[in-house]
Ligand binder design. Structure first.
Ligand code: MIG
Length: 682
């Protein structure tokens, strides 16, 4: 059951697609106060008590563990490429969580705070037994979800997913291995990635093109010198089942004569300052304007621009810099210069020095800049002008919505690959996300694992981190371990930053070790695809914390380094360097599957409980639930070549034998064409 309470005058974010009647005014205040202390005096403040053993799940893309207790989360989409433990904000704003009271099922509650501006969730941090939520304005739609079924965690999640609409479904090839790097500059660079993967026998489905393919970082341009006869290049690779996935940035270069700029200016499609002039932000192309993605006409205009690339045969995109990231603004620059000029160095004390320094380091992604521009939005059928800061978290969401709607108009029956950096709840209907600029750090494998279930709770199913890490240098061991987890994530992309060590699998010793792992990913795609489609079509989760599946087992509440993948599988990745084994917890008897370094599959029954298990670097180990069987396809180099009809099965022998006798498959594989929107029943 879902209850909605509206306070003030909430901005309609279109996160929720289902009509839910709202309580308003004093009635809302009174009824919502049943859940905690509400104050609307200065902005929005809400305090809820927790039990000692309460566990909190949710918050999508965020720092912290699977249990979100003990820290603050600030929803304010942020381009911060250093994801260290103390960071409160990342690129997404996912204000949904569940308070789980173990053993007392029916007191669990789900909360969604539909608020597009900055909002802070203090989850048992300032006070160990309280949640404190605060926002600058009181204009919020609050949704409370009470569980109905036997399993409150799964039930609340399903109810929430039902009201926010069906998750994005990528083309099947998007489940293949994707290679990326910021620094592929030319056709030859990309060709060499393709050739080296082919030579190493490592499956590959797509190669991302980072900003260097454009002319001076101008959206919807292709540098013809670096990429001569681009459409031929696209089709040549596609003939061998490999797709190119170009990046699109949020800012449009200011350059007279550049069509996107000219059209945007002429039609007032760019965000404006208070004085009515187009707002200027410095990003990769230099001075740019931001398209007003909140404005339906501007959105349609920008979305249809993707046709420039789809006309060349491109079928997938990634949208970047859409928090929006801003290196500088004109105002910010001149204020800093002014302040520096006015500094009297002879009187500079130490505080003065730090203030002086902050003037410069604070120029990028500065909140003051977000307050300097406006959007034209339609609210209740009327056009209104809204300050960006107030709806900051909707920008990336609506950029990706623009792309999805445009692509849909360009080819309504086709599935395009689309993923974004910034997001808000609701964006899951239009595309996936990658988790942004992580680092080649061991802790970031764990961070990815922790984020996955929370993202799925918010409907974001097509997701994954930059495998091997974006910033800093990856070791061979780190990349291998990361792939051993990443081969279970729907978005499986190896990506690295400019200037870091080369990170393509073939750059390391014995690429065959990588080939074996990625080959196995391809063998698992019938399972991964089926489980993905189940999650999307039935509003369930692809990655679940163990406690969602074994709600009676209190030990599961503290398992922070294992996940259920789909209905049948459990992973327990190695998260430490120089280790050949780890402790695991089995909530029931399970079948251990071990892919050896000679590509044999060894299956062993392991009883419920705690075990120390050997995980040599060159083996892949995971678990299958009792009573479950998993399909395996024959190895293939491309998803297009995977044979969904001739499968073998691993897992529970009895299930497999019984099905064999009955002449039915022990696992029901979902099959469709994989690239049109003609989904089948599941
Ligand atoms: O300011 O396009 O997160 O994946 O490689 C950096 C260059 C801009 C940030 C993205 C990253 C991408 C990079 N971009």
């Amino acid at each position: 059951m879902i209850f909605r309470f509206d306070f003030g005058n909430p901005f309609c974010t279109e996160a929720v697609t289902k009509e839910i009647p709202a309580k308003t005014g004093l009635e809302a205040e009174k009824e919502f106060s049943v859940y905690g202390e509400l104050s609307l005096n200065t902005g929005f403040s809400f305090k809820m008590s927790l039990q000692k053993n309460s566990v909190i799940y949710g918050f999508g893309q965020s720092m912290g563990g699977i249990n979100k207790k003990g820290r603050k989360y600030i929803s304010y989409c942020t381009d911060d490429p250093v994801h260290t433990e103390g960071k409160d904000s990342l690129y997404g704003a996912h204000n949904f969580f569940i308070i789980h009271n173990p053993g007392e099922k029916h007191t669990d509650l789900g909360f969604f705070f539909d608020y597009p501006g900055r909002i802070t969730f203090d989850i048992a941090f300032t006070e160990t037994d309280r949640i404190i939520i605060s926002a600058e304005e009181k204009d919020i739609s609050c949704y409370v979800i009470k569980p109905e079924g036997k399993n409150p965690l799964e039930d609340i999640t399903r109810q929430f997913r039902e009201i926010i609409g069906r998750s994005y479904i990528p083309p099947r090839w998007a489940l293949g291995y994707m290679q990326s790097r910021w620094g592929y500059r030319t056709k030859e660079d990309i060709e060499s990635v393709y050739e080296n993967y082919t030579k190493a026998g490592i499956p590959l489905d797509s190669i991302c093109m980072d900003i260097d393919y454009m002319v001076e970082f101008k959206d919807f341009t292709i540098d013809g010198e670096k990429f001569p006869s681009f459409p031929d290049f696209v089709s040549k690779l596609k003939k061998d089942g490999v797709r190119l996935v170009p990046i699109i940035d949020a800012g449009v270069k200011i350059e007279p004569g550049y069509d996107v700029y000219e059209e945007g200016v002429k039609n007032n499609y760019f965000c404006k300052k208070a004085d009515g002039k187009d707002y200027v932000a410095g990003v990769w192309p230099g001075r740019t304007h931001f398209p007003d993605f909140l404005n339906p006409e501007a959105r349609r205009w920008f979305g249809l621009k993707y046709k420039v690339l789809t006309d060349t045969g491109v079928e997938g995109f990634w949208n970047d810099m859409n928090e929006p990231a801003m290196f500088y603004s004109d105002e910010g620059l001149s204020e800093a210069v002014e302040a520096l000029k006015n500094t009297d160095l002879s009187k500079l004390d130490i505080n003065g020095f730090f203030a002086f320094k902050d003037k410069v380091t604070g120029i990028a992604n500065n909140e003051n800049d977000y307050k300097r521009f406006y959007h034209r939005c339609i609210q209740n059928g009327k056009e209104v002008t809204v300050n960006h800061h107030k709806i900051h978290n909707l920008f990336g969401y609506n950029m990706t919505r623009a792309a999805a709607e445009g692509l849909n108009e360009i080819n309504p029956s086709k599935r395009f690959l689309l993923f974004s950096r910034a997001s808000y709840i609701g964006m899951h209907r239009y595309g996936g996300i990658w988790t942004g600029d992580n680092s080649s750090w061991w802790s970031h494998i764990k961070l990815e694992l922790s984020m996955m279930p929370g993202l799925n709770m918010c409907g974001i199913l097509y997701t994954g981190a930059d495998i091997g890490g974006f910033g800093y240098n990856a070791s061979r061991e780190l990349l291998m371990r990361w792939i051993e987890f990443g081969l279970f994530t729907p978005l499986m992309r190896n990506h690295a930053a400019l200037g870091t060590r080369d990170q393509e699998c073939y750059r390391f010793e014995n690429p065959e070790d990588f080939a074996r792992l990625i080959r196995f990913r391809y063998r698992l795609i019938p399972y991964i695809y089926t489980e993905y489609m189940k999650s999307a079509l039935k509003n369930t989760m692809y990655f679940r914390p163990l406690s969602f599946v074994y709600p009676e087992d209190m030990d599961c509440l503290e398992i922070e380094d294992q996940l259920m993948v789909g209905e049948s599988l459990m992973v327990a990745p190695v998260l430490e360097p120089n280790s050949t084994g780890r402790n695991i917890y089995l909530p029931e008897d399970m079948i251990e599957v071990r892919l050896t370094n000679t590509e044999e599959i060894i299956q062993t029954e392991i009883p419920k409980g705690r075990h120390y298990i050997k995980f040599p670097l060159d083996e892949l180990v995971f678990y299958i639930r009792k009573g479950h069987a998993l399909p395996l396809a024959k190895p293939a180099m491309r998803t297009d070549l995977i044979d969904f009809e001739n499968l073998s099965y691993i897992g529970d022998k009895e299930v497999i034998q019984k099905a064999g006798k009955e002449g039915i498959p022990p696992y029901k594989v979902y099959i469709d064409d994989g690239f049109t929107t003609e989904y089948k029943e599941i």
